[in-house]
Ligand binder design. Structure first.
Ligand code: MN
Length: 283
C-alpha cells in the first residue's frame, strides 16, 4: 500500500535582509544544509512598501546552482553581463541555470501596490556545476492549470500532475514544482516517489498537510515531508494555496559562500579569485 508521507519538520519563514537592503522572508537557507537537498534556499519577498524592496539585488555572480524566480504579483527586471535582459512579469517563472557562471542583477518593480515573488535555489550536481549557463523564461499562459475534481487548480511549473506537464523540461535531476490552490475543504493527493525530498510552503489560507493533523497550518509555514509514496492534503474553510516542491537528493558535499555553491572550499576560492580578476564568465 502506498505510504502517506509524514511531517518531518514544521517551521515558519523568518525576516532577513538581502541584496542592497531588500526585506524578505527566508523559509530555509544555508543553515539548513543538507535537510532540503537538492534544494538550497527558498526566499519569499512579499510587500506593499516599495522601501522594502526597491533597492533590489544589484550586480552579483552565481555559480554551481539554478535560481527559480516565480512572480505572483509585480515584476522583476533582470539583466546579466552577457546582455540578456528581460522582465519577469506577474505569473511568470524564470528558471535560470547559472552553471559555470553568470553575473546578473534582479531589480523589483512595483505593480498594483504589491510585490510578491519567490526564489528557490536548486543545487547542481558536481557533474553539472560547470555546465554552460541557460535561461528558461516561462510566460504565465505557458503554465498549465490542471483542474481538481474536489475543487481547485494546480499550476504545473515543472513535473507532472495527472497528465498536466510543466513547461520547464530536461532539468538536471528533474525537480517538480507545483503551485496548488484548493477551494474550501478540497482534498489533494499526489504521488511523490520514494527517495525524493519533498516540501510544502504555504502561500495563503490554511490546511492540514497529513490526514488528521492536529492543527491547521497557515501562510509562511514551511513543511518538510519524511519519505513515503504520496502526500495527502486538505484545505480548511479558508481555502489553501501552497507550493509543493520535490526532487532527488544529490548527497554531495556542499561548499557555500554567498551566491556561489560548489563542492569544496578550493572551488569557492577559485570562483571568487576569478570574479575578482575578471575571468569568472566562461562562455
Ligand atoms: Mn541572483
Amino acid at each position: 500500500m502506498a505510504k502517506i508521507r509524514a511531517i518531518d519538520s514544521l517551521s515558519r519563514s523568518r525576516p532577513t535582509i538581502e541584496g542592497a537592503g531588500v526585506r524578505l522572508k527566508r523559509a530555509f537557507g544555508s543553515a539548513d544544509v543538507p535537510r532540503y537537498d537538492p534544494f538550497l534556499l527558498l526566499d519569499d519577498f512579499h510587500s506593499d512598501r516599495p522601501g522594502d524592496y526597491m533597492a533590489g539585488f544589484p550586480w552579483h555572480p552565481h555559480r554551481g546552482i539554478e535560481t527559480v524566480t516565480y512572480m505572483i504579483s509585480g515584476e522583476v527586471e533582470h539583466g546579466d553581463s552577457m546582455e540578456n535582459k528581460g522582465i519577469i512579469q506577474s505569473g511568470e517563472v524564470q528558471w535560470m541555470t547559472a552553471g559555470s557562471g553568470i553575473i546578473h542583477q534582479e531589480m523589483p518593480r512595483r505593480q498594483n501596490g504589491t510585490l510578491w515573488g519567490l526564489q528557490l535555489w536548486v543545487n547542481l550536481p558536481a557533474s553539472h556545476k560547470m555546465m554552460g549557463p541557460r535561461y528558461r523564461d516561462i510566460r504565465a499562459t505557458d503554465i498549465p492549470e490542471c483542474q481538481l475534481d474536489s475543487g481547485g487548480v494546480v499550476k504545473v511549473v515543472a513535473g507532472n500532475y495527472r497528465g498536466c506537464h510543466g513547461p520547464v523540461r530536461d532539468l538536471i535531476g528533474d525537480p517538480e514544482y507545483l503551485d496548488v490552490s484548493l477551494l474550501r475543504a478540497a482534498e489533494f493527493d499526489h504521488p511523490i516517489p520514494k527517495g525524493t525530498k519533498a516540501f510544502a510552503y504555504v502561500l495563503d489560507g490554511e490546511g492540514r498537510f497529513i490526514p488528521g493533523q492536529e492543527k491547521a497550518i497557515s501562510a509562511e509555514s514551511l513543511l518538510l515531508y519524511g519519505d513515503g509514496d504520496k502526500v495527502s492534503i486538505k484545505a480548511e474553510s479558508t481555502g489553501l494555496r501552497f507550493l509543493l516542491i520535490s526532487g532527488r537528493p544529490l548527497r554531495e558535499p556542499v561548499a557555500w559562500r554567498g551566491p556561489i555553491v560548489m563542492n569544496s572550499e578550493e572551488e569557492l576560492d577559485v570562483a571568487f579569485a576569478e570574479y575578482r580578476n575578471g575571468t569568472f564568465i566562461k562562455t
